[in-house]
Write a protein that binds this ligand. Structure first.
Ligand SMILES: Cc1cc2nc3c(=O)[nH]c(=O)nc-3n(C[C@H](O)[C@H](O)[C@H](O)COP(=O)(O)O)c2cc1C
Ligand code: FES
Length: 636
């Protein structure tokens, strides 16, 4: 039976793989992450297989279905090596041209290349602005390996860190290296991983558990999913090293139910690792035994919280418990249990391989290494970005994200998931790290970054996140269960035009109680969206309450549509299209919206021909009275 029994075996095997791989042989990497899959990457891959066969290129060109490359909105992404020619938005019908032009004639298919703002075509993936400013130490291998192939991972040096730790370091040394690196948890609070490991290691008892938190419940976030789908061995390797350092022989992957591809690729990775002797008994001949179980979460946001997650693994309802005693001391079945986020674990092999000193050269004083963000919202280039800690929000949003679409103005960015905070335009030069984000009332969270433009209402945004959190609160403790609900009720009435004097102060008062007295971090951080929007956008709250207007023009109850009489050409289009029959007028008669009938559906605004642009959205409920002249014209 094939099995790797030592570090020498592993290195020999790696060399053997490399001797069969010609670095100059053309190879086509087709992104098969969930994003590109949704764009039809499987059909693109099938087309490549068929065309390569038809063109007699079988054996002369490699095809690799890889994990997510990060630039998901431009899927399907295809990169051709060794030149690293990057084609975006590839469809099956483009494949034959790519083969004939790029693989056979060594020329470019211009229309599939990235085009910058000046109309310049960019050929290489690494030179596209979206990638150029990133430092993809954790995520970068996704594009180079087929996640279903352990050989691909080993070819890139995979499991070398495991061999180094198991066969060349004591558990204490491995732990010390991670502590020295000051790796902080990527899943939420930024707690130093090495200190947590040490607590679990020093806790009494022979049975200890290590766990990967792949619950990833933040709306819009998919960093962990993409890592687990695209490079599952990197997370597994980190976990085994952690288990060795802590003295654990049993691990868990807690993966949310909605991540089928991640579960599939992870399960394949586990099988392959067991087959190669990298998981199970006597790993790499070191005498160390360790195995893992995949636990599928039921998809509740609260189950990502450490104590709730561990309760769920025990087979009970995933609710948090008071943490008078830390889970690292008493977790699953009362045993010491060390939980870390997917990305945290994936950093561990890098630290062991390259050393704590190297790791500490990246990042800021208090936050070392890189962080993967899911950059979404009103930004030109959305996707997954990995940047060194300390890069500014401006660099991420404008240099990598390409700024705000349709020439609109940047207004704010929300970091840290649903219970993160909203950061205004004037803080765009804030360096992103755990401490800086907390100082301004937000947090790193697991890496969600939602960009908002001038058309976003900040009261509505706070309401949106509170609505999510109210639904996700497990209801076990009163401050969270009732407090979030009461805050939501106030926000609802402010957005619906029935806000009252004193509502802002009441929101602040309740927020304080929820923050200080909730059982777990869901409640403790839930007030962040409310408090940060009040702090930076108080004038918007005041406009909603005092003037009954929504300056961004979002809250339906606080806006009006109005037809400007001097621009209206009496073309009848809006009158005919209005589903509420709220528009009066006629041929040659100026049209008027009956505000009592109007449902604010915006149809009139959308259908009014741009050359007239007679319909405007007003940020308030008062519209100019029709003049007697207009009324006369209408009446006639
Ligand atoms: C409501 C709630 C949901 C959470 N969801 C996640 C999650 O999906 N993934 C995650 O890694 N951490 C999540 N956390 C943070 C975890 O409780 C825990 O701090 C983290 O998994 C520890 O790993 P780290 O130290 O590597 O960050 C959540 C916390 C709360 C309060
Ligand atoms: S899934 Fe293809 S780039 Fe993300």
């Amino acid at each position: 039976m094939f099995r790797l029994n030592s570090a020498i075996d592993l290195e020999k095997f790696r060399q053997e793989i490399l001797t069969h791989r010609d670095p100059n042989k053309p190879s086509v990497a087709i992104c098969s992450g969930t994003g590109c899959h949704a764009y039809g990457s499987e059909k693109v891959a099938e087309a490549f297989v068929g065309e390569i066969e038809q063109n007699g290129l079988r054996g002369k060109v490699d095809i690799r279905r890889t994990g997510c490359h990060g630039f998901c909105e431009r899927g399907t992404i295809v990169v051709i090596f060794p030149e690293e020619t990057c084609y975006l938005r590839v469809k099956p019908e483009d494949v034959s041209e790519i083969i004939s032009t790029t693989l056979l004639e060594k020329k470019l298919v211009d229309r599939l290349l990235y085009e910058d703002d000046n109309g310049q075509k960019i050929v290489h993936e690494g030179e596209i602005p979206f990638y150029k400013h990133q430092n993809r130490i954790v995520f970068g291998n996704n594009r180079l390996i087929n996640p279903k192939s352990i050989d691909d991972y080993i070819a890139l040096g995979g499991y070398g860190a495991l061999a180094k730790a198991l066969l060349g370091m004591t558990p204490e040394q491995a732990l010390e290296e991670v502590k020295e690196a000051n790796l902080r948890g990527r899943g939420g609070g930024g707690f130093p991983a090495g200190i947590k490991w040490e607590t679990a290691r020093n806790a009494s008892g022979d049975i200890k558990y290590v766990i990967v938190n792949a619950d990833e419940g933040d709306p819009g976030a998919y960093m962990d999913r993409s890592l687990l789908e695209g490079n599952p061995h990197s997370v597994l390797e980190g976990l085994i090293i952690g288990a060795y350092a802590i003295g654990s022989h049993q691990g868990f992957f807690y993966v949310r139910q909605e991540y089928p591809l991640a579960v599939r690729n992870l399960s394949i990775a586990l099988e392959q690792a067991r087959e190669y002797g990298l998981l199970g008994q006597n790993i790499l001949g070191s005498g160390f035994d360790f195995d893992v179980i995949v636990h599928r979460g039921a998809g509740a946001f609260i189950s990502g919280e450490s104590s709730a997650l561990m309760t769920a693994i025990e087979g009970k309802v995933g609710e948090p418990r008071p943490k008078y005693i830390r889970t690292a001391v008493r977790g699953i079945w009362q045993k010491p249990s060390n939980l870390n986020n997917v990305e945290t674990w994936a950093n561990v092999p890098l630290i062991i391989n390259k050393g704590a000193e190297w790791f500490r050269t990246i990042g800021t004083e208090g936050s070392k290494g890189t962080k993967i963000f899911s950059l979404v919202g009103k930004v030109n280039n959305t996707g997954l970005v990995e940047v060194p800690m300390g890069m500014t929000l401006r660099q991420v949003i404008f240099d990598i994200g390409g700024g705000i679409p349709q020439g609109k103005k940047f207004k704010a960015v929300q970091t840290g998931g649903p219970s993160g905070g909203i950061i205004p335009q004037r803080l765009l030069d804030l360096p992103i790290d755990f401490d800086e984000l907390s100082k301004v009332g937000s947090m790193m969270g697991s890496g969600g970054m939602i960009v908002m433009d001038e058309t976003t209402c900040m009261v509505d945004v706070a309401r949106y996140f509170l609505n999510f959190l109210a639904g996700e609160s497990c209801g076990k403790c009163l401050p969270c269960r009732e407090g979030i609900y009461q805050m939501l009720k106030i926000l609802n009435r402010i957005c619906e035009g029935t806000g009252e004097e004193g509502d802002i102060e009441l929101l602040e008062e309740i927020a304080e109680v929820v923050r200080d007295f909730s059982l777990c971090a869901l409640g403790q951080t839930a007030p962040n969206p409310v408090l940060s929007t009040i702090k930076y956008f108080r004038d918007e709250y005041e406009a909603h309450i005092g003037e009954k207007s929504c300056p961004a023009g979002v809250c339906k109850a606080l806006i009006s549509y109005y037809i400007e009489p001097d621009k209206c050409q009496s073309c009848l289009i809006c009158l005919r299209e209005c589903p509420a029959e709220a528009i009066v007028g006629g041929k040659n008669l100026v049209h008027i919206i009956n505000q009592d009938k109007c449902t604010k559906c915006a149809t009139c605004l959308e259908v009014c021909p741009p050359r007239f642009s007679a319909v405007t959205k007003l940020p308030g409920m008062k519209v100019p009275e029709p003049t007697s002249l207009v009324l006369e014209v209408v009446r006639k």
